[in-house]
Design a protein around this ligand. Structure first.
Ligand SMILES: [Zn+2]
Ligand SMILES: [Zn+2]
Ligand SMILES: [Zn+2]
Ligand SMILES: [Zn+2]
Length: 738
């Protein structure tokens, strides 16, 4: 009789993963318990019976009553012949080592290890190859997972068979471990197909968000009023709206986020959903849609057209995705990799050989083939940024785009989304968050080694946001229409921003030092009074967040810190505590009385202050101006030439500014004064410090013991610069288009 090993249902598997998510136990800890007498009694050699297995689950999952069907299904899935001593009755036991191995794999680990593990699980006779009957079992399991994911199973079986034949690289008729791992890591998303990696969000589930309604709204399920000002739940995909208590009984969501069958790939059709006609007017006949209990009319979830039921025939079936089509990935452009034609799969095989980054090689479950002449947008949202604004932005983007394009950074991090988009031509990235969030994404892009880096735009959330500010995306989002912002994004231009590596080499010292917050400078770096203010500000904000809740208050606090002399004695006569080398030559600070030194990459600091200062400049772009003025040299220290230098974040140069005192800093931050003292423009900086000093990178302060700091050019990142405001004659900081 065929054993049911490896045939855990995807529902069971999903439930198991939920338990594991909430449990703090590690397999290794549970195994230790089996060395004690209390648990050791369950062991027969390496084997345990059902009772022992239940104990294992109870401790490991930290759940008192694991559902019986789940523990039984799991128990059966571990039934085995190998590893058992002769005298143990085989039917009613499982190997503790198998069980531990399985769970430790689920705890995390490299995909290669997971692949090897699944291979061993399916190689029931343990002969090191998968023969045809074992391959049949794998296909059966894949079909069950596909069924669970709602894919068109009828067309999949032959594809799976073809795929398993392809995996048999040497055509021997059976699959070796090496062949299995190679396929799973390069061309076939085996871990997904086997249900071992549930990265696919399930379609069919509504994406609920709590919502209050400014007008009377009726529950789509029970058709009773939700009540003015009361909270209900509304699906972010289909606008289905219900009472909180009705959500459990709601029908499945009709909206698909990707194509589940070959016939759905390519041309997008309208997806009509009842109700949700908020404009109240039919986009086809322009007449009023009478909203009976807001349940009348139809709206398309992709192009957002709203029509009468009777106008449906006249509209036609093809959906162009509406005004925001340039940004949208319609479901017809996303499909399971297994549905890719053989040609596509072969192509991806050869293209993946050219990259040696193992990160890129784990094959994705879904593939993207965007509508031609569009710029699919990958949106990263930090829902914690800008108070409640972050979460709202996340919801809104999930509604106006395909939710697969919208990544919740705190839930999923940046890598998964970047990998999903890695082969999408002409894509763009939008980061919604503060400068810190932008830095996080840029670093992830550095690490992941993309074949082409998409340009990055910023929707600034919260306060500060110097990078967003100088890219013309403003200092902070204040609830504007996101569709309008996306239209502006279509008119943006690509600029290349310098990024700088910062290396801190501490001297041997007994003193404790803070960790250096970043290794990369995107905006600015400073030592002394400015960093000291930032540090104190940082500590106060952690302690009394309520006092720092608006931009204006922030500014006032900065001023107050800056003018409270006493705390800055450490920074007095800074030039005696450090030396600065620019491009190998010492910078002469002998006639100065400095309390701070700042190194600038962009022309905005602490929410819009400009330490370098504007100069009366001719019209035109920075690059041309600097060329015309002869200010493109690698190192400039001549004060007369410095006077005319214009800042340009893409010229591979940094600006060095001296700060004379706390009061001056306070004045600069509150815009009473415009700039510090220009010391140099250069492409490499080394600083030696001989005492403990406050420092900061991109607004993130720390206290640093004596050290050597080296700042060198790292790379340039393509960023999107917003269109110039129509009202003013703004001239850009950027210029040299690359
Ligand atoms: Zn829905
Ligand atoms: Zn209801
Ligand atoms: Zn449509
Ligand atoms: Zn109509």
């Amino acid at each position: 009789m065929a054993k049911e090993r490896g045939l855990l249902s995807p529902e069971d598997f999903a439930q198991l993963q939920k338990y594991m998510e909430y449990s703090n136990q590690k397999v290794s800890d549970v195994l230790k318990l089996f060395e004690n007498e209390k648990m050791a009694k369950y062991l027969q050699g390496d084997a345990i019976g059902y009772e022992g297995f239940e104990q294992f689950l109870k401790i490991y999952l930290e759940v008192d009553n694991v559902p019986h069907h789940l523990s039984l299904a799991l128990f059966h899935s571990f039934h085995t012949d190998h590893c058992l001593k002769e005298n143990v009755r085989k039917e009613n036991v499982v190997c503790l080592s198998d069980v531990s191995c399985y769970f430790s794999l689920l705890e995390g680990g490299r995909p290669e290890d997971k692949l090897e593990f699944t291979f061993k699980l399916y190689d029931t006779d343990g002969n090191g190859i998968l023969d045809s009957s074992e391959v049949e079992r794998i296909i059966l399991q894949m079909t069950r997972v596909a069924e669970y994911l709602d894919w068109d199973v009828s067309e999949l079986r032959p594809i799976f068979q073809e795929m398993m034949k392809e995996i048999d690289y040497d055509g021997s008729g059976s699959v070796s471990l090496a062949e299995w791992v190679r396929a799973g890591a390069t061309t076939v998303p085996l871990l997904v197909l086997l249900g071992l990696e549930m990265t696919l969000k399930d379609d069919g589930q509504h994406m609920w968000r709590p919502k209050r309604f400014p007008r009377p709204v009726y529950c789509n399920l029970c058709e009773l009023s939700i009540g003015l000002g009361k909270q209900g739940l509304s699906c972010n995909l289909c606008k289905y709206t219900v009472h909180d208590q009705c959500a459990m009984k709601a029908l499945p969501c009709e909206v698909s986020t990707y194509a589940k069958s070959r016939k759905d790939i390519g041309v997008q059709s309208h997806v009509w959903v009842r109700g949700g006609c908020e404009s109240g007017r039919c986009d086809r006949c322009q007449k009023k849609i009478r909203t009976y209990h807001s349940l009348t009319g139809l709206h398309c979830v992709w192009c957002h057209l709203e029509i009468h039921d009777d106008c449906l025939q006249a509209v036609g079936s093809e959906c162009d995705c509406g005004l925001l089509r340039d940004h949208i990935l319609p479901p017809s452009s996303i499909y399971p990799s297994v549905l890719a034609s053989e040609q596509e799969r072969k192509h991806s095989k050869t293209s993946q050989k050219t990259t040696d980054d193992s990160n890129l090689c784990i094959s994705e479950a879904l593939r993207i083939n965007p509508v031609s002449n569009t710029h699919p947008l990958l949106v990263f949202v930090n829902p914690k940024s800008g108070g409640k604004q972050g979460l709202r932005v996340l919801w809104k983007f999930q509604y106006i785009l395909n939710p697969r394009q919208v990544i919740n950074l705190l839930k999923d991090g940046p890598e998964q989304g970047l990998r999903f988009f890695k082969d999408v031509p002409d894509s763009r990235i939008l980061v919604c968050g503060g400068d810190g969030t932008v830095g996080w994404i840029l670093e992830a892009i550095d690490k992941i080694n993309l074949p082409v880096v998409p340009p990055v735009a910023v929707l600034p959330l919260g306060t500060g946001n110097d990078l967003a500010r100088c890219l013309r995306w403003g200092g902070g989002y204040e609830g504007e229409n996101l569709a309008k912002i996306l239209r502006e994004l279509e008119m943006s231009t690509v600029v290349y921003i310098d990024r700088w590596s910062l290396e801190v080499i501490p001297q041997q010292t007994e003193e404790k030092t803070d960790p250096v917050p970043f290794q990369i400078i995107n905006n600015y770096f400073s030592i002394g009074v400015d960093a000291s203010i930032a540090h104190r500000f940082h500590i106060m904000r952690e302690k009394y967040p309520e006092k720092f809740n608006s931009r204006m208050k922030n500014k006032l606090w900065y001023f107050e810190f800056a003018t409270s002399e006493s705390i800055f004695s450490t920074c007095k006569k800074l030039e005696e505590s450090l030396t600065v080398e620019i491009c190998g030559k010492p910078l002469d600070l002998s006639n100065m009385s400095l309390e701070g030194i700042a190194v600038l990459n962009i022309p905005s600091m602490h929410g819009g202050s400009n330490l370098w200062g504007d100069i009366k400049r001719p019209h035109g772009d920075s690059c041309e101006i600097n060329q015309a003025l002869g200010t493109t040299a690698k190192v400039i220290t001549d004060p007369d030439i410095l006077k005319t230098c214009v800042q340009d974040p893409s010229d591979k140069r940094l600006e060095v500014v001296g700060l004379e005192g706390a009061i001056e800093m306070g004045q600069i931050y509150t815009k009473l004064k415009s700039a510090g003292h220009r010391l140099a423009k250069c492409s490499e900086i080394t600083i030696h410090t001989i005492k403990t000093l406050p420092m900061q990178i991109d607004g993130e302060p720390w206290i640093q013991t004596p050290c050597t700091i080296k700042i060198t050019h790292k790379n340039q990142m393509p960023m999107l610069m917003g269109p110039p405001p129509r009202s003013s004659n703004f001239f850009g900081f950027f210029s040299c288009p690359t």
